[in-house]
Design a protein around this ligand. Sequence first.
Ligand code: ZN
Length: 144
Amino acid sequence: MLIKCPRCNKTNRLAVENFSKNPNCGACHKPLFSLPIEISQNNFNEMVNQREKPVLVDFWAPWCNPCKSFASTFTLGAEKNSSDVIYGKVNTEVELLIASKHYIKSIPTLIGFFGGKELIRLSGALSISQLQDLTNKLIHDSAQ
Ligand SMILES: [Zn+2]
């Protein structure tokens, strides 16, 4: 799967089997999943269908102020949970097809996926503790 490093923007080609090994970027050598990664139509299906790690996706847009303030909270969550969950971001202004396919009616909306299934969904900007609760639920539900 092609994944753009959230730090240096270098595109990494990564085998799904290596997701659980907390892979580093080939260019800057920082952990790829310790910041939210950008998910686009190029890797969305592969990302949400894999069964190595659950994925928590933040559907956002550049014009949305609550999305912008939530972004720093989401980044903290990614740092804290990078060994268990992949945090991803979908820009709904660019990825119209993904947004409409998942019936995104308000933003920010968070959806947790595992193995091709939507396990959790919550709209609105969350506090860090609410985000952690949601992340814990996703980890729990994906282990069922
Ligand atoms: Zn990098």
